[in-house]
Design a protein around this ligand. Structure first.
Ligand code: TRP
Length: 323
């Protein structure tokens, strides 16, 4: 697994550097949310998941808890589970337990995450807890092409994607369709278990990304602190503010870091101007409808087979077969 040998360092950093240079040089300024996830960002994200206003994690957990046996039946035995953006490996434990309880032991688990140390630490813990499971963490950016490790079993494993947490929503709707099309191909013969946040009352959405304790603001702002620490830029966080709002037309939450005054930031020998009120767009969190998800599955090479919601229909877990 020579990719892991790089650890955190040169490749990830130069990626971030060139992405940030490009982001600051364009109008409007925009960067991929994947750069949020250094060790600090991953830890802040775990705190977001526990916030009272941030309903998606809790709601998804409740849906999983209520329907895990049915989901396990869909997945079946001999799964090679591949989790995109695996984070702290909390959700997979519930799924693994359900599979073992149903006598449908999976062959392998491949957690993929861009946050290298966070992933390696979490995977070591998981291995201790599930000694019979072949755990192969991949520290990489799953939005780029990569190949899955070959499962070391006699019977062919069924490739099963697990993509919870409405991370799909952090892609634009076009990117989401591209990602799913490519994923459907690599999951052929298996399927995808996907957790997606649904369109709902704007006030609930707004509160989820504007928590009273300011953790989401700190998470957003951490991008600038990361840039200062890793790339030697001089963002003054006193003159940027967290701005998250629902864009009704696009059915998405947008997160921005908004400059509260005209200022110039230097990054790797270049100066970049911010006008007062100008923002760096750091993330989209697209919300879907059940009809939209059904269409999306069909358009991207999947067969939508089953879906489960909470009683308020705030969040959906979908099971799509890869044809
Ligand atoms: N994908 C989830 C969402 O869009 C989680 C997430 C990613 C998030 N970045 C975030 C939540 C920033 C709050 C703030 O909701």
């Amino acid at each position: 697994m020579h990719r892991l040998a790089f650890g955190k360092g040169f490749h990830a950093m130069s990626d971030f550097a060139s992405a940030l240079q490009a982001a600051l040089g364009q109008h409007p300024k925009q960067i991929s949310p994947k750069y949020f996830y250094d060790a600090k960002g991953s830890a802040l994200f775990d705190r977001i998941c526990d916030l009272p206003e941030y309903y998606p994690t809790r709601t998804e957990q409740a849906i999983l808890a209520a329907h895990l046996p049915a989901m396990a039946e869909c997945i079946g035995a001999h799964a090679q589970l591949v989790e995109f953006g695996a984070g702290s490996l909390v959700k997979i434990r519930r799924l693994l337990d359900a599979l073992y309880a149903a006598g449908l032991a999976p062959d392998a688990y491949v957690p993929i995450d861009i946050s290298t140390e966070h992933l390696i630490r979490a995977a070591e813990d998981l291995k201790q807890q599930y000694p019979a499971l072949a755990v192969t963490p991949l520290a990489l950016d799953y939005t780029q092409a990569f190949s899955l490790p070959v499962a070391a079993t006699s019977s062919p494993a069924r490739p099963i994607g697990f993509f919870p947490g409405s991370t799909l929503g952090n892609f634009s709707k076009t990117e989401a369709a591209q990602f799913l099309t490519q994923t459907a191909r690599s999951l052929q013969g298996g399927g995808l278990l996907l957790g997606v946040d649904l369109v709902k009352d704007e006030r609930i959405l707004h509160a989820a990304y504007n928590d009273a304790a300011g953790v989401t603001a700190a998470f957003n702002m951490n991008l600038l602190l990361r840039a200062n620490a890793e790339l030697g830029s001089n963002f003054d966080v006193n003159y940027f503010e967290h701005d998250a709002f629902y864009n009704q037309a696009e059915q998405r939450i947008e997160m921005h870091l908004r400059s509260t005054r005209a200022q110039t930031v230097s990054l790797l020998g270049q100066a970049y101007d911010f006008a007062a009120g100008e923002s760096l767009h750091t993330e989209n969190s697209c919300k879907y409808t059940l009809e939209g998800l059904h269409d999306l599955a069909l358009r991207t090479g999947f067969e939508p087979v089953a879906h489960w919601e909470d009683e308020r229909s705030w969040f959906s877990v979908q099971w799509w077969r890869a044809k």
